[in-house]
Design a protein around this ligand. Structure first.
Ligand SMILES: C[S@@+](CC[C@H](N)C(=O)[O-])C[C@H]1O[C@@H](n2cnc3c(N)ncnc32)[C@H](O)[C@@H]1O
Length: 223
């Protein structure tokens, strides 16, 4: 379904805004939206199926610019899914890590310099080599989704909060090799994406939960 015709699910707005850097077709944006946030996405490629406000731009340049102008203050939270090809196991996609620069390190530096709360997401390998700290390590099975898809999140509030059930890797679960299939996109909850977009996407359930952790942390810090 294209962005222009998609009917967004009902949610209760919370009056806050998230900037989603490297948003793709909006898997993680959708989670923030469902949690109540208004979302603006930035991606270097056109994303005609992205369901929210969108700017095509280099995310590092964009963030650097809005920090300089002060526009960054309009966002309660900054999220980034810097490309994972520099970290992911080579067998997981057809390419070489060396052809892709590490954007996590300069991206995190900018997010820290923004002065805003932030969350960044990547493959678990990025935590194994210390590029990010896995404050949360999430899998689809923890949210009742029929997909095995692990993602590490580092947050400016250093994690904590609710406990999730452990992963449940039962037989019949859709794993990486099914990524090109329509069923995989649907199982992640990314029904508006085409199969190519869904290959890169992360289930909305992850950031709906991360948003909740952020709101809980802010409420506790304000108390
Ligand atoms: C893993 S995908 C993001 C998936 C997204 N979080 C989701 O759940 O649907 C990474 C995205 O980063 C984008 N990207 C790569 N380099 C970029 C850059 N320098 N600036 C902005 N976007 C970039 C790619 O086009 C791709 O859409």
């Amino acid at each position: 379904m294209s962005a222009s015709t998609m009917v967004l699910p009902l949610r209760r707005p919370n009056g806050m805004r998230v900037l989603d850097l490297c948003c793709g077709a909006g898997g993680l944006s959708m989670g923030y939206y469902l949690a109540g946030f208004d979302v603006t996405g930035i991606d270097i490629h056109p994303m005609p199926n992205y369901p929210f406000a969108f700017h095509q731009a280099d995310a590092l340049e964009y963030l650097d610019r809005i920090i300089t102008t002060g526009e960054v203050e309009e966002y309660e939270l900054i999220h980034a899914s810097w490309p994972c090809q520099n970290k992911a196991r080579v067998t997981a996609w057809r390419g070489s890590r060396d052809d892709h620069p590490d954007l996590i390190t300069p991206g995190k530096r900018l997010m820290q310099a923004s002065g805003r709360p932030w969350a960044l997401e990547n493959v678990p390998e990025a935590a194994w080599d210390g590029t990010l700290r896995a404050d949360y390590l999430l899998c689809g099975t923890q949210f009742g989704l029929n997909v095995r898809r692990h993602r590490a999140f580092e947050t400016s509030w250093a994690g904590g909060g609710d406990l999730l059930p452990p992963c449940w890797h039962h037989k019949g679960l859709l794993a990486f090799q099914h990524k090109g299939e329509r069923a995989y996109a649907d199982a992640m909850g990314c029904t508006w994406m085409n199969k190519t977009e869904a290959r890169q996407a992360v289930p909305p359930a992850y950031t709906e939960w991360i948003a909740d952790q952020y709101l809980t942390h802010e409420a506790e810090a304000a108390a």
